[in-house]
Write a protein that binds this ligand. Structure first.
Ligand SMILES: [Zn+2]
Length: 467
């Protein structure tokens, strides 16, 4: 919808949104008051209530078809408006209505499910992750439908209830019902800006390969005074195996073939990264560590986003209580994971690490390597029209175009969308790094919430103009 008529319509829609900010805030508070904690079976009824609340809200917004789709776990809320016609582009908007548990509840300054506005923020579990972001999208759709009677493009919306518990139902749905989700772009609103003035679009995410390594020795714990020196100590073996995975100097992973598929960054991307307000000094200040560390030859932000990693998360076995106990443990276990970058394959990496460890393990122990999870990395062409239009929509709403980077974290559902739908992903959001997502006192910056809905309202006609 380019041209004067289009921009006049956008102005009407933005005015509608601004008129109704108070109502949007009140609605968000209603949604946040439902404790939709997906991982706690005690909240199953709340999950159903949150799904119903959202579906009713979408019907009220004027979406033409809305339904609650059951899954093996919590239901999916699906909604669409396709009256822009078959030649207009279709946007799929993704978010989730489930939230993390509120523990530790004592650490909250206000009750987690009694939303409280204070100093320009709204405090509640799920405010930023992700109900506030979902409601920013709903407000934008409603503003178009109420103010102009239509949307500038076709829109499908899918809001799941299992994001915090691995998206099992949605991952199945995306692959088995890909036809119902057919689209030209996917807008995922479930992440953060760099600062309230710096919007951010992720043109990829790292994958993850999570392993549990167990070394078993004697049939039961032994006394080191009786058997020490005569049998293998599984803990000693485990520590040697773990140390063999990474070079202590360069911090490169020593598993053969680990870097074979790692994609090199081109000069344009290097410049994009260097332009981010995330210097080594800024990152150091965020960590509180004595110094930064990591793979030689890369800046800290490069190491945290476009380079693969290996991190040990925990080691258990033997004796760690107060005092001393001279035990030779029967077994020792470590948990470790590797963040993977395009085009590494998590199954391939799991196999290489397993082979590498088995090759070195002495015959005096038995070794077991279990893959606890494997998620693929995602890469989107940041020059794609859908991404560039989103950046311009941010400029309209926030006064600055979006910075682009690859996210260091992992979004398993993004890889499924990409594989099943073949459409470019726009991974973005209106949260802030200090929103306390997953922690006590989660908050949403209300200015980001209101401007986030304006960004989506601007995005719809821009996507039409770009296509
Ligand atoms: Zn989330």
């Amino acid at each position: 919808m380019p041209g004067l008529a289009g921009s006049k319509m956008s102005t009407t829609v933005i005015a509608h949104l601004r008129d109704r900010q108070h109502a949007h805030l009140a609605e968000l508070c209603e949604f946040l008051a439902i404790p939709s904690i997906s991982m706690d079976p005690a909240h199953t009824a709340d999950m159903a209530m949150a799904a119903r609340w959202l579906a009713d809200r979408l019907r009220g917004a004027g979406m033409s078809h809305t339904e609650i789709i059951p899954t093996s776990g919590h239901p999916i809320v699906f909604s669409e408006w396709l009256d822009a016609g078959p030649t207009a582009p279709t946007l799929l908007i993704y978010g989730h209505y489930d939230v993390q548990p509120a523990d530790p509840v004592d650490a909250w300054h206000t009750p987690p499910f009694a939303p409280t506005a204070s100093n320009g923020n709204l405090y509640a579990r799920g405010a930023s992750d992700d109900k506030g972001q979902v409601m920013a999208a709903v407000a934008a759709l409603e503003a178009w439908l109420h103010a102009t009677g239509r949307l500038p493009i076709n829109v499908r919306l899918i809001v799941e209830g299992e994001e915090e518990t691995s998206s099992v139902g949605l991952r199945h749905f995306v692959h088995s019902e890909a036809d119902r989700l057919r689209c030209d772009a996917v807008l995922m609103v479930d992440s953060s800006m760099l600062t309230p003035q710096h919007p951010l679009i992720l043109y990829g995410t790292r994958g993850n390969c999570y392993l549990e390594i167990t070394v078993r020795g004697p049939a039961s714990d032994l006394h080191s005074g009786t058997f020490g020196g005569a049998v293998e100590n599984p803990f000693n073996v485990l520590v040697r195996l773990l140390a063999s995975l990474q070079d202590g100097e360069t911090r490169r992973v020593k598993v053969p073939g680990f870097y074979d598929r790692v994609r090199a960054m081109d000069d344009a991307e290097r410049r994009l990264m260097a332009s981010l307000p995330l210097s080594d000094a800024v990152l150091l200040a965020m960590t509180g560590a004595p110094a930064l560390a990591g793979e030689a030859g890369f800046s800290a932000i490069e190491r945290a986003t476009i380079r693969p990693t290996l991190d040990i998360h925990g080691i258990s076995g033997g004796f760690t209580g107060p005092g001393k106990k001279t035990v030779i443990p029967a077994q020792a276990t470590a948990k470790l994971s590797m963040r993977l970058v395009p085009y590494q394959d998590p199954q391939d990496i799991a196999q290489r690490v397993t082979d590498f460890l088995h090759h070195q393990a002495p015959p005096t122990v038995s070794l077991n390597v279990r893959v606890l999870s494997a998620s693929r990395p995602v890469l989107v062409d940041y020059r794609a029209a859908a991404v560039q239009a989103a950046s311009q929509a941010f400029e309209q709403a926030f006064g600055a175009p979006a910075a682009c980077m690859i996210g260091g974290g992992t979004l398993p559902i993004a890889a499924d969308f990409q594989e099943a739908l073949g459409a470019p992903l726009v991974i973005t959001g209106f949260g802030l790094p200090d929103d306390n997502m997953h922690a006590p006192n989660e908050k949403l910056n209300l200015s980001c919430f209101f401007r986030g809905s304006e960004m989506i309202a601007h995005y719809l006609p821009m996507l039409a103009a770009f296509s």
